[in-house]
Design a protein around this ligand. Structure first.
Ligand code: 5GP
Length: 206
């Protein structure tokens, strides 16, 4: 069947745990490639340039937009975030499943540009749990937490655009759920038209 990699968009409320799930997925399986985004937001403690993000000034980011180096970009809580094009194209061509951990506006742009992309939405089991996780992360001020809760409410309006919801209650279960969904997607008929044609031809003795 098709060896073409799948472009996978993973979104979820800030605090849904999607970052942790993706890191774990990459540790367990080797066919995934995680795209590193560019952003104008300041690094958080423990984040390294080129690992969590490529940290850019506003001018640098706007230059990347002008040179069409990004597949998509969006503004989120007063900063730019965007997906560099080259890495995604390279990895897909090499047959790897490429994960973009991006927010709703970006996800919608990807779906329009790449109708075969797989869109996953990660959600905590409840809103109370979401708030608890955001507070316990301890990296954000109250004001930013409130902004992110408001943004979560806006993002929930876009949940219907996604192909699957993944509830992040127990991390281990959730990682395996994501992996199983992606494995199943590889067998989807729309991704394997050539394979079907080959079978048909062979059956006709051509
Ligand atoms: P954070 O500041 O918490 O790292 O990320 C804020 C939001 O921006 C998250 O929802 C994250 O998924 C999203 N994000 C990260 N990179 C990109 C990107 O390249 N494009 C878009 N559209 N959103 C992104």
């Amino acid at each position: 069947m098709s060896k073409q990699g799948i472009l996978i968009v993973v979104s979820g409320f800030s605090g849904s745990g999607k970052g942790t799930i993706m890191k774990e997925l990459l540790k367990r399986y080797d066919n995934y490639a995680l795209s590193v985004s560019a952003t104008t937001r300041k690094p958080r403690e423990g984040e390294a340039d080129g690992r969590e993000y490529f940290f850019k000034t506003r001018e640098e980011f706007e230059k990347m937009i002008a040179k069409e180096e990004l597949i998509e970009y969006a503004r989120y809580v007063n900063n730019y975030y965007g997906t560099p094009k080259a890495y995604v194209e390279e990895q897909l061509a090499a047959g790897r499943d490429v994960i973009l951990e991006i927010e709703l506006q970006g996800a919608l742009k990807i779906k329009k540009k790449f109708p075969q992309a797989l869109l996953l939405f990660v959600t905590p089991p409840s809103v109370n749990e979401l708030k608890r996780r955001l507070i316990s992360r301890g990296t954000e001020s109250n004001e930013v937490i409130e902004q992110r809760m408001k943004r979560a409410s806006e993002e929930a309006e876009g949940m219907e655009a996604y192909d699957y919801y993944v509830v992040n209650d127990v991390l281990d279960t959730c990682v395996e759920d994501v992996h199983r969904i992606i494995c199943a997607e590889h067998g989807r008929s729309m991704r394997n038209r050539e394979f079907a044609e080959m079978i048909k031809k062979e059956l006709k003795g051509e």
